[in-house]
Design a protein around this ligand. Sequence first.
Ligand code: ATP
Ligand code: MP5
Length: 269
Amino acid sequence: MSALEAPPRVLTVAGSDSGGGAGVQADLKTMLALGVHGMSVITAVTAQNSLGVQGAWELPVEAVRAQYRSVVDDIGVQAVKTGMLSSAELVEAVAELISGTDAPAVVDPVGVSKHGDPLLAASALDSVRTKLLPVATVATPNLDEVAQLTGVRVRSADDLRRAAAAVLAFGPRWVLIKGGHLAGDAVDLLTDGAEELVLRAPRHDNRHTHGTGCTLASAIACGLARGRSVPEAVTAAKEYVTGAIAAGFALGAGIGPVDHGWALRRDTP
Ligand SMILES: Nc1ncnc2c1ncn2[C@@H]1O[C@H](COP(=O)(O)OP(=O)(O)OP(=O)(O)O)[C@@H](O)[C@H]1O
Ligand SMILES: Cc1ncc(COP(=O)(O)O)c(N)n1
């Protein structure tokens, strides 16, 4: 890239995590580490730290729409990533904005935080199923989100295919079922119903995993913005998040963040 050439642009539509480990903060750090220009539409502000979510405040839908239009109409995007959307009204507004944007969308259907604090109203689940998933290029639910959205409970890696089929029925082009909450290797399944890719990484015995899901989805969006195929982007993103988990560090008294900067330091003695 020459000095005058702009990097690919990626937009996150997500909530703010004051502790800097998940949400918009994780997304922008991932984008910096992966060499794209990161931009944000903030949907909600959370008071959050290593112990949990102490408060959450949603933004008005017109503030979300205005941020999105400001970015897309002037700067333009090569990929969009969504995270915490909080309410049915915001889910539906964001789905409509994405459907009018000519760029791939990675949808992380964030339901609850690692500590079990709700980040999406129960009344918004149906809008996620019927409005948001159909506009996703890739949806990246974890096992709790799969259960909430489809009723399918994954107990072992053998159940991942059934979970993927249930999510694909809502209309995303691809689904990545994240098996990070299972025991043993960290196994995820990517499929579009025809092609299938199993992504396996050794489980790192590290409790500092705050923000894994946000980081993975953002890294996928970075790959798509560079013009990579979905399997290529997901493979590279899995490698990035695995390294970030291996380097996760303690902060505060609870669960610390993954290290978004690990790949930048990889070649530094
Ligand atoms: N201990 C671990 N070691 C290696 N990889 C892991 C570990 N925990 C999770 N992963 C991987 O991290 C990625 C994110 O998966 P996870 O299931 O944690 O998502 P998530 O629950 O949405 O994340 P979060 O809890 O941050 O919202 C997946 O690729 C998963 O396999
Ligand atoms: C604003 C925001 N968005 C997403 C998450 C999910 O991340 P995690 O499950 O690691 O807490 C979060 N905690 N906060």
